[in-house]
Ligand binder design. Structure first.
Ligand code: ADP
Ligand code: MG
Length: 503
């Protein structure tokens, strides 16, 4: 395998090979629709249930059973399309995709090949720090998930669990607008964030609620630009599809491996075969699953059990009215209203719970200070405890109370950290704790002067040194803070020491 390194700037150019190559990536993301019931049956979608307990006669494909579309799943697909600024197709239709597999009792999957419910859209993705670009969405269609075959429970037998059979999936297909492994991860992350904001998919990759088929090709430098100008795919290289990736890290490693593999073949004078490949994380390599010649002929045809799906613009408009504020808008608002940096605003809007926590904390207070406390103190502390923001022992009222005490000058930043720890572990009202435990900052200059005088009187040698070298005044500041239990107002201490040493 060639030893290649990726070089910025964009578009990503791969150095180390004989020629300059560029990566081209398009993703097909399967996102499980958040819905209590399946796409065409009333069976439950609960994850982790007893095998084969969430299976209706429709899911088990009993003779004579007919699918009935779940309106809520359709609404979720429409909501997703609206969240991705996509065209909503008022007319869509379901097709049968025929193939045999033990975990597919119908012998076909109901999908939408010719008339998907959602057309072209786009997602703004921050590809690198400060570099954002739109990735175009080609389409989103609704389809059924298959069941699960389990091969590793018994040496002689395989098992089939039909709980997942018939669960609604959205297949979100991107245009080949992604140019490297990190960009692919950034795209999946952003898409997941939007779906979670919308509440249309929980985005849990580990449980398989979100998985990606990753299409990778490479082309010589300049070819992608020609594709961009003409939208003619013949300018691009032959792609391979990496199936069923369900980890952000593996997506990146698989793309990296696959690009090197294709470049090595091409530089050897060979050609890349269009094929479906599987990524083996243990060996960090991709293996051929089937080539184009062996590709299934799914014999798609319109599903005779279902009428075409016609929805009304009015209904779409009603759904549009219920859309929440989405990540880009929320981030822009945080920057504008609270004066946050781009970075802090990104961190705080990563999920709605963090964003809500921050907003409640910052409301009517110093926004930047609140951001600092949420990101550095609270998130840091939660991480140490391996806790999620949803399990935060401290609430926005309490954290906001601490911030108000700092802003008022009642406590110093250092005491605030002690106070935070007390509230975090013991609970309680910050202002009351400060009063009860005498944690208030000493701003009484008389008291501070007395402490300074005492230390000056006790340390004549240090005084002489500090008079020669003003930088040594810091030692006195430390002593005064120690003498006052850290409660002296640091600004006042500095001023008084400077004044006394100058005398
Ligand atoms: P299929 O129906 O065979 O899966 P599609 O046209 O739907 O083919 O494309 C599937 C995915 O492959 C899309 O996400 C698309 O952007 C991507 N894709 C198409 N051509 C290329 C290419 N040359 N390199 C990388 N990705 C590609
Ligand atoms: Mg496809």
């Amino acid at each position: 395998m060639l030893d290649l390194t990726y070089e910025l700037p964009k578009p990503k150019v791969i150095a180390g090979a004989k020629h300059d190559w560029e990566l081209v990536i398009g993703l097909e993301i399967h996102a499980q629709v958040s819905s209590n019931a399946k796409l065409f049956s009333g069976a439950s979608t609960t994850f982790g249930a007893e095998p084969n307990s969430n299976v209706s006669f429709v899911d088990a494909a009993m003779p004579g059973m007919l699918p009935v579309i779940n309106e809520y799943c359709v609404e979720q697909a429409v909501r997703t399309g609206l969240g991705l600024n996509a065209e909503i197709n008022l007319y869509s239709a379901f097709d049968r995709k025929n193939y045999f597999y033990p975990d597919l009792p119908q012998g076909y999957q109901i999908s939408q090949l010719y008339h998907p419910i959602v057309g072209e859209g786009e997602v703004l993705v921050e590809m690198a720090e400060g570099v954002a670009r739109n990735v175009r969405i080609e389409r989103i269609h609704l389809e059924q998930d298959a069941g699960k075959s389990i091969h590793d429970m018994d040496p002689n037998m395989s098992f089939v669990d039909l709980n997942r059979t018939g669960v609604a999936l959205m297949e979100i297909v991107s245009k080949p607008d992604i140019r490297g492994p990190e960009e692919a991860a950034a795209y999946v992350t952003k898409l997941r964030q939007i779906l979670r904001y919308l509440g249309t998919c929980d985005g849990n990759m580990q449980s398989g609620s979100m998985r990606a088929d990753v299409n990778v090709s490479v082309c010589r430098q300049g070819q992608y630009e020609k594709y961009q100008e003409t939208q003619d795919f013949s300018h691009l290289g032959t792609r391979c599809e990496l199936k069923n990736m369900n980890s952000m890290r593996f997506i990146q490693m698989a793309i990296d491996y696959e690009a090197r593999r294709q470049i090595a073949i091409l530089e050897d004078g060979g050609t890349v075969d269009q094929e479906t490949r599987l990524y083996d994380a243990d060996k960090n390599e991709t293996r051929s699953m089937r080539s184009k010649e062996e590709a299934h002929d799914y014999r798609y045809f319109p599903c005779p059990d279902l009428l075409p799906l016609e929805i009304e613009q009015e209904w779409v408009d009603d759904i549009a009215k219920t859309l929440p504020e989405l990540p880009d808008a929320k981030k822009a608002r945080f920057i504008k209203d609270f004066g946050l940096s781009d970075y802090d605003a990104s961190v705080l809007t990563a999920d709605t719970v963090s964003a809500g926590f921050f907003e409640a904390t910052a409301e009517g207070r110093d926004g930047k200070l609140a951001a600092n406390w949420v990101i550095n103190e609270l998130f840091g502390r939660l991480k140490k405890d391996e806790k999620d923001i949803t399990d935060s022992p401290i609430n926005p009222d309490q954290l906001g109370g601490i911030i108000a005490l700092i802003t008022k000058g009642d406590i110093s930043g250092k005491i605030a950290k002690d106070l935070f720890e007390i509230v975090y572990t013991e609970g309680g009202d910050p202002a009351e704790i400060v009063d009860a435990r005498g944690m208030k900052q000493v701003t009484d200059t008389g008291a501070i002067e007395a402490a300074v005088d005492k230390i000056i009187a006790e340390n004549p040698a240090q005084v002489e040194k500090a008079k020669q070298n003003p930088k040594l005044a810091g030692w006195f500041v430390g002593q005064v803070m120690k003498a006052t239990g850290g409660k002296a107002n640091p600004k006042a201490v500095n001023e008084i020491i400077a004044k006394k040493l100058a005398q």
